[in-house]
Structures are given as structure tokens and as C-alpha cells.
Design a binder for this molecule. Structure first.
Ligand SMILES: C[S@@+](CC[C@H](N)C(=O)[O-])C[C@H]1O[C@@H](n2cnc3c(N)ncnc32)[C@H](O)[C@@H]1O
Length: 200
């Protein structure tokens, strides 16, 4: 369990091509969310943490979002992403531990969550909520997907419930939306919640 906190655990998975849950494309609910954002948001600062192969970052970039920061502590997927998107600003490719990001250095309008929360040790979930709230500008939002199921095998991925997420986030965020996603990737249909949490 401790090993999921280490970059080496994930780097090895990328090197062995055994990441397992890579959809190979932007997640449909997130694509739909991005597609309805007004042009006025294109320069907003956006964080995608635990981005991995970062299909969402690629999609945001292709749609003209200019201020997207990719964070992952495993170098392998970042190198692949940089090759795929040579015009993506390299200063926005951050190989670092999310939990070490400094709020003095980084402040975002919104954060996109896609299978990062479920990849961290569940003992760190409150730490995740706190760090996210610190990295968001006042009124900033955390948007994305959280699993709404348990997993038989020990994780990652680590599952969870709406009830748990309410308890973990409600002291730091206004929960504007936390509902079953209606347009999930087929294999995840009925198993993930779309969330929109506003930093208090
Ligand atoms: C399950 S993968 C998800 C990747 C991507 N979001 C996707 O949906 O395909 C989880 C990712 O989080 C990264 N990760 C886990 N803990 C991290 C941490 N503390 N800081 C930065 N990245 C982390 C791993 O290296 C891995 O790339």
C-alpha cells in the first residue's frame, strides 16, 4: 500500500506498459464538460494532477486552452506526452509529487480530476482535499470524476462512496454537483460520479 505513494511504483508500471486502466482517449464526461466551456475560459489556469498519459491535457491543449499544467511524479508518461505534443509549453510539464506542490508557487482557476484520487493511498484522502483547496484560487473549482464503487482486489484503484466524499470534502468545498455520470466511458458506466466542488 505504501508503494503507491512512490513515483517508482508508477514509473515501473509505465515502463512495463501495465498501467491497466488507460482508456486511450479523453474521458467522455470530461470531454463534454470541456466542450461546453465558454471561449472566455481559454486562458484560465488549469491543473491536471496525476495526469499519466494525460489525454485530457492533450484535449484541452487542442481546444486552445493556453494555461494547462500537467503534474505527475512518474517521468515516463510526461516524456511520451512531450513527444506527442511538441508545441505544449515544457514549463507546464511538472514532474513532481502533487503533495509537495507549493500554493505560493501554484494557484489554479480549476483542477481536473481523472483517476488520480483513486490512485493515492486512501489514508491520504484528507490531505488530497486540503492540498486541492490550497492550490485553488478563491472560488476555484475541482471538477472531474470519482469512482462510486468498491474494488474487490486491493488497489489501486481504491474505490469510495458518495457519502464518504461528502464527508471528506464538505468542510473545504461547497459541493455544487456530485451525481452519477450519465455519459461515462462504457466500461465505467454507472460507476463514477461527476463532481464539481467549489473551494470555500
Ligand atoms: C491511475 S493513473 C491515472 C492517469 C490518468 N489520470 C488517466 O486517467 O489515465 C494515476 C497517476 O497518478 C500519478 N500519481 C500518483 N500519486 C502521485 C503523486 N503523489 N504526485 C503526482 N503524481 C502521482 C501516477 O504516476 C499515475 O500516473
Amino acid at each position: 500500500m505504501e508503494s503507491v505513494n512512490q513515483a517508482g511504483f508508477w514509473q515501473q508500471r509505465y515502463e512495463q506498459d501495465s498501467i491497466g486502466w488507460d482508456m486511450g482517449e479523453v474521458s467522455p464526461p470530461l470531454k463534454a464538460y470541456i466542450d461546453q466551456l465558454p471561449t472566455s475560459t481559454k486562458n484560465q489556469s488549469i491543473l491536471v494532477a496525476g495526469a499519466g498519459n494525460a489525454y485530457e491535457v492533450g484535449y484541452l491543449h487542442e481546444q486552445g486552452f493556453t494555461n494547462v499544467v500537467l503534474v505527475d511524479f512518474a517521468p515516463a508518461p510526461i516524456e511520451v506526452f512531450a513527444e506527442r505534443y511538441p508545441d505544449f509549453p515544457t514549463e507546464h510539464l511538472i514532474c513532481a509529487d502533487f503533495f509537495n506542490l507549493s500554493p505560493e508557487q501554484y494557484q489554479f482557476d480549476w483542477v481536473l480530476e481523472q483517476t488520480f484520487f483513486c490512485a493515492i493511498n486512501p489514508a491520504r484522502r484528507d490531505e488530497y482535499a486540503k492540498k486541492m483547496s490550497e492550490l485553488l484560487k478563491p472560488n476555484g473549482k475541482l471538477v472531474g470524476l470519482l469512482f462510486d464503487r468498491a474494488f474487490e482486489k486491493s488497489g489501486p484503484p481504491f474505490g469510495g462512496t458518495k457519502r464518504e466524499y461528502h464527508q471528506r470534502f464538505e468542510s473545504l468545498f461547497d459541493i455544487e454537483l456530485m451525481e452519477l455520470s450519465y455519459n461515462s466511458y462504457p466500461a465505467r458506466q454507472g460507476n463514477e460520479l461527476f463532481i464539481k466542488l467549489r473551494a470555500k
